[in-house]
Write a protein that binds this ligand. Structure first.
Ligand code: HEM
Length: 252
């Protein structure tokens, strides 16, 4: 991944410039080498623009896109503005990145640690009485509901306690290895957890539940796959982080 920044200073007719880029953007949108793009206009200085384009790699940009079928039409749109370019360079992303506090995490939206502990307490009571998955958990550790609450809290943006105190992803993986979870068992796990979410009074707005259920689908399908005899999942990885996805919280 590489990020190209192009800074322009457009002396006049910024409207024509933006229209040209609106047309050029249609070609970026079709380019398999282009991850995303954004044109920003300076709030303080009319005519100053920054275009950010994320490319899959510098070679894909310079050889793939520039040497490809879409480039002539792209160039035709932006050619009149080449002389107005002040900087055009590739930048490598650094690990310094992340979301700010403007959007609450799913962990905060759910109600924090207490909400996840209530959820897993109710869930494992149901599990214990369930004929399809109950037997899998017959010998589970007393602390299991609290440990899974820690895992879920960390996944949804809460404190990294499962990583810090419980051994992180490798420890969780070790518990699933060899269980040979079946699809009916996976589905029962999801159904009981969703029942417990209703009982625990977790937020039931569409955006939260879509994101929450999305993780459960993803996580249980991985748990099933990794639990099969002969599975070769990565031995180490960070605890995954799950966000709102395409639908951020609805605030009216
Ligand atoms: C999103 C899906 C899932 C998550 C987040 C999850 C999470 C976890 C975690 C964190 C542990 C280890 C707890 C500890 O530190 O002691 C664990 C253990 C376990 N999980 Fe899962 N799990 C998922 C899906 C499933 C499914 C679908 C099944 C089976 C139907 C399952 C069965 C088990 C069992 C049997 C254990 C060991 C329990 C014990 O004996 O202590 N898990 N799970």
């Amino acid at each position: 991944m590489t990020v190209e920044y192009i800074r322009y200073r457009i002396p006049d007719d910024t409207g024509a410039f933006e229209q040209a880029y609106t047309r050029a953007a249609e070609l970026l949108a079709r380019a398999p080498q282009c991850v995303d793009y954004e044109l920003s206009r300076c709030a303080d200085e009319p005519g100053a623009y920054i275009l950010r384009i994320t490319w899959t790699s510098p070679e894909d940009h310079l050889t793939g896109f520039r040497g490809g079928d879409l480039f002539p039409a792209f160039l035709a749109e932006i050619r009149p503005y080449i002389a107005a370019i002040e900087e055009m360079r590739h930048y490598e992303p650094t690990p310094v990145r992340g979301a700010g506090g403007a959007i609450p995490t799913l962990y905060e939206w759910a109600g924090g640690t207490a909400a996840f502990e209530q959820l897993t307490g109710l869930f494992y009571a149901k599990v214990a009485a369930d004929d399809v998955i109950g037997p899998l958990f017959a010998h589970m550790d007393q602390g299991h509901p609290r440990f899974v609450a820690m895992w879920l809290a960390e996944v949804f943006g809460g404190p990294a306690r499962y990583t810090g105190e419980r051994g992180g992803y490798p420890h969780m993986l070790g518990h699933h290895r060899g269980l040979a979870i079946t699809e009916p068992q996976r589905r029962r796990w999801v159904n009981l957890l969703l029942d417990a979410a209703d009982e625990a009074g977790l937020p039931d707005d569409p955006e939260f539940r879509a994101a929450f259920t999305g993780y459960l689908e993803w996580g249980t399908r991985l748990a099933l796959a990794n639990s099969q005899p002969g599975a070769t999942p990565p031995a180490d990885a960070p605890v995954p982080h799950w966000g709102w996805g395409v639908a951020p919280p609805y605030r009216g």
